[in-house]
Write a new protein. Structure first.
Length: 285
């Protein structure tokens, strides 16, 4: 089994259509810790149907291409695949309920060499089916640890954002409930690594780990809370590199440096003093 560069670059993804409801929007927000204080009306607008708003990062769980990496035709050892980076550009506010269409494509494949893996970059454009509005553009990298050395052409990696050193201007600590992964998985990622202790131990973890995209959304929550006055629509873009897993029950500390409308950030596990998200950049209005 090996990557066929030309085949993957020409891979045709059918348009993916997904209908979500207000309940789905509220469940996604609950999975990111919104509503932790039931008396906080600023949080309530994301978890209560009256004047409900959707969190922009919910776009990452909508109208995806499905488990195509598991196809033998892809030539990828999906058991050794990990999420590398995630980008989101929000073009218009997500409706609290809608039918959306996702259009996916592979944009680049980097061969890091035999024994060093390969990196696949994908783009997904998300549209509102009814209005045709372009709601969001999503980009992600997948690190295929077992698939380097296939002889791909030289391709440059995207330049990652640099986060300043020194004391942050702002910090925000958000607690991850012990059951947080069990809530977040109901938004669509049912990988047992995040729920089943036996599967987690077989993968080398002492307990189920949090979804990387839940950590991503939690950092968005911290930025929305700290710098956007809990107005999620002010978050226009969010990019990160996944550095280390989070265990449910930990505290995620997001360290932020703001320069104009650009927020550089990293996120850490407070209990282990480990960076879990690096190279973070958010653009806010």
């Amino acid at each position: 089994m090996a990557i066929d560069y030309d085949k993957l670059m020409a891979w045709k993804f059918p348009d993916a259509e997904q209908t979500y409801t207000e309940r789905d929007s509220m469940l996604y927000a609950l999975g990111l810790g919104f509503g932790a204080d039931p008396m906080d009306e600023q949080q309530l607008q994301y978890v209560y149907e009256e004047k409900l708003k959707a969190i922009p990062t919910m776009a990452v769980v909508l109208a995806g291409p499905g488990p195509w990496l598991r196809s033998p035709e892809a030539g990828i050892n999906y058991l050794k695949v990990v999420h590398g980076e995630q980008w989101l550009t929000a073009h218009k506010p997500l409706p609290p309920a809608a039918t959306v269409v996702g259009q996916s494509r592979i944009t680049r494949i980097i061969d890091k060499g035999e024994g060093k893996g390969a990196v696949l970059y994908m783009e997904r454009k998300l549209f509102d089916k009814k209005s045709g509005d372009h709601l969001a553009t999503l980009e992600m990298s997948t690190f295929a640890r077992g698939d380097g050395g296939f002889g791909g052409p030289p391709v440059a990696s995207p330049v990652l954002h640099t986060v300043p050193e020194g004391p942050p201007q702002h910090t925000c600590d958000l607690s991850i409930l012990p059951r947080q992964g069990l809530i977040y998985r109901l938004s669509g990622d049912y990988n047992p690594l995040h729920a089943d202790p036996k599967v987690a131990k077989a993968a080398g973890f002492h307990m189920p780990i949090l979804h990387g995209l839940c950590t991503y959304g939690t950092a968005a929550h911290a930025i929305i809370k700290t710098l956007c006055g809990y107005d999620a629509h002010r978050l226009k873009s969010l990019q990160v590199r996944f550095s280390s897993p989070v265990y449910p029950g930990e505290t995620i500390r997001t360290e932020m440096y703001r320069e104009g409308n650009v927020v550089s950030f990293r996120a850490k596990s407070v209990e282990r003093d480990v960076v879990v998200l690096s190279n973070g950049r958010a653009d806010i209005a």
